[in-house]
Design a protein around this ligand. Structure first.
Ligand code: ADP
Length: 499
């Protein structure tokens, strides 16, 4: 069933997003945004229910691969850092020295459990901290113990035994205030037990809660882990040097695609066409290995462009692989792409692995060699520069969210919401020569600037913080703040375009 339920939901979301990109009255926009939000909430619930039914039916298959526990915890931290920062909470992670770094098991399921528990901890904590501790479980040989400790609202004792049951929340106001389905803990418990572990918790009302679980893992060797990592890299290596024409009108998507591909593939060459007509012109004049084609574009859409290429162009060009990219994932849309002769289909927002996999179906460079460390390679030559004076750069956010556009949008929205307030505080502190506040506010601004790839601005914030803290070079601070302000204003324009 899961495909049948998720597909139309994705279509609702995808199409809502598409309509949101068109000119709309304020009222229409508001209604559509409400549809968007509700569908996203519904999708979370659907995913939870589907997960649970899969678990209950015994259909969830566990992986058994070597993984690095430090990477796993870092990933959790990266994912939740912003949620914690938004609430002013400290997110602390500690891995004890006696925990083996390389373990054999299912890192995705561990991630799912930790995200559930630590996500709850953040959700139900208003101030203080959330800690994730990873320890060697002395009671059971080889078991690793995970403790998620918060200083939040706590849970009344009479409710404790209900929590691991499906659809249970502490009281009915919970879902109204905090959202959620009441399924997260049930799923986590089942996942832990599936891995021969155990989960339990203790809590004190008003003081906080601790959820802890252990999973017995075998140790893995660093070599086996590296072999696995390298095998993932080999795929990318075979894409070395690929020349891609991207036909896409939406600048935000252009940037995301370019960043992702340049980040992942060595010597990739990317050319961008804003519509089907331009794509055809470019294809006539240049050599490409493959086209990534958006369906909805002004002037000439992707389907018509593909029809033209397949029917009207010369022998050397007409067989070029064309991969459709669209948010429409209904079967009739997919059929339409096949009918005009498109080779494959990647749903938007795309997942990196999915995109790479499709690319490697149509291109293979046997000499491609990509070593670890080459991943951030930026040497890909490009024919079209996208607005190089931009003060923001989505590379980091893109890699950090793994290309998940909903998450990216969330961070951008958050940035747009928080940054003006923060700037205001800095300006006020400067006005009052309050260097203590200046140090604090420029400090809190740094990670926000980092997420948006605003390197220069982050450098200035760093200096402002340092000078204010140490009471040196104070005369330079006003100028630094002015520069910071100008970049923030510019970022506001750039990000409002993509958000
Ligand atoms: P959800 O969070 O989607 O409501 P869960 O199964 O994850 O569902 O959690 C069930 C309920 O347990 C929550 O609604 C909340 O009332 C309570 N709960 C879970 N974690 C915490 C926590 N860290 N602190 C306080 N209450 C919690």
């Amino acid at each position: 069933m899961s495909h049948e339920i998720r597909t139309p939901m994705n279509a609702v979301l995808g199409m809502t997003n598409l309509v949101l990109e068109t000119p709309l009255s304020r009222k229409q926009k508001k209604y559509l945004e409400a549809i968007n939000k509700s569908s996203q909430n519904l999708l979370v619930i659907i995913n939870d229910i589907l997960d649970l039914s899969k678990l209950e039916a015994g259909k969830m298959e566990l992986e058994r691969i070597p993984f690095n526990i430090e990477d796993s915890i870092q990933q959790i931290k990266d994912t939740l850092r912003f949620n914690a920062e938004e609430k002013g909470l400290k997110l602390i992670t500690i891995i004890s020295d006696d925990v083996p770094r390389f373990l054999m098991g299912d890192p995705s399921r561990l991630n799912q459990i930790l995200i559930n528990l630590a996500g709850n901890a953040i959700k139900f904590t208003e101030k203080g901290s959330v800690k994730i501790l990873v320890e060697n479980d002395t009671a059971i040989k080889g078991a690793v113990k995970f403790r998620i400790i918060d200083s939040g609202i706590g849970i009344p004792p009479e409710k404790l035994n209900l929590l691991f049951q499906s659809f249970q929340q502490v009281d009915s106001s919970t879902s109204r205030k905090y959202g959620g389905t009441g399924l997260g803990l049930t799923i986590s418990k089942t996942l832990v037990e599936l891995q021969s572990g155990k989960i339990s918790m203790k809590s004190e009302l008003g003081k906080g809660s601790e959820f802890h679980f252990f999973i017995p893992y075998e140790n893995a060797t660093e070599e086996s882990f590296k072999v696995l990592e390298n095998s993932k890299l080999t795929d990318k290596a075979s894409l070395d040097g690929i020349r891609i024409l991207v036909a896409e009108d939406y600048e935000y998507n252009q940037i995301v695609l370019r960043d992702t591909l340049e980040h992942l593939i060595k010597n990739v060459k990317i050319d961008i066409a804003e519509n089907g007509k331009i794509a055809i012109n470019k294809l006539e004049q240049n050599e490409y290995d493959l086209i990534l084609m958006d369906i909805h574009m002004p002037e000439m859409n992707g389907l018509d462009a593909c029809k033209f290429i397949r029917n009207e162009m010369g022998e050397s060009k007409k067989f070029i692989p064309i991969i459709a990219m669209t948010a429409n994932v209904l079967s009739k849309d997919i059929e339409a792409t096949k009918e005009v002769g498109m080779n494959e289909f990647v749903p938007k927002p795309f997942k990196r692995e999915e995109l790479l996999q499709v690319l490697s179906q149509f291109y293979y460079n046997p000499n491609g060699q990509q070593k670890e460390g080459d991943l951030n390679n930026k040497s890909g030559t490009t024919n079209v520069e996208i607005n190089s004076e931009k003060v923001t750069d989505m590379t980091f956010l893109e890699s950090f969210t793994e290309g998940d556009q909903d998450r990216m949008k969330k961070y951008i929205d958050l940035f747009l919401k928080l940054i003006p307030k923060n700037l205001e505080k800095i300006l006020l502190a400067l006005d009052q020569n309050n260097y203590n506040d200046l140090a604090i506010f420029s400090h809190t601004m740094k990670p926000q600037l980092n997420y948006m790839g605003m390197k220069e601005a982050k450098g200035w914030a760093e200096k402002i913080e340092k000078y204010s803290k140490e009471g040196i070079e104070l005369e330079k601070i006003p100028k630094l703040i002015e520069q910071l302000k100008s970049h923030i204003e510019k970022s506001y324009e750039e990000l409002n375009e993509v958000a």
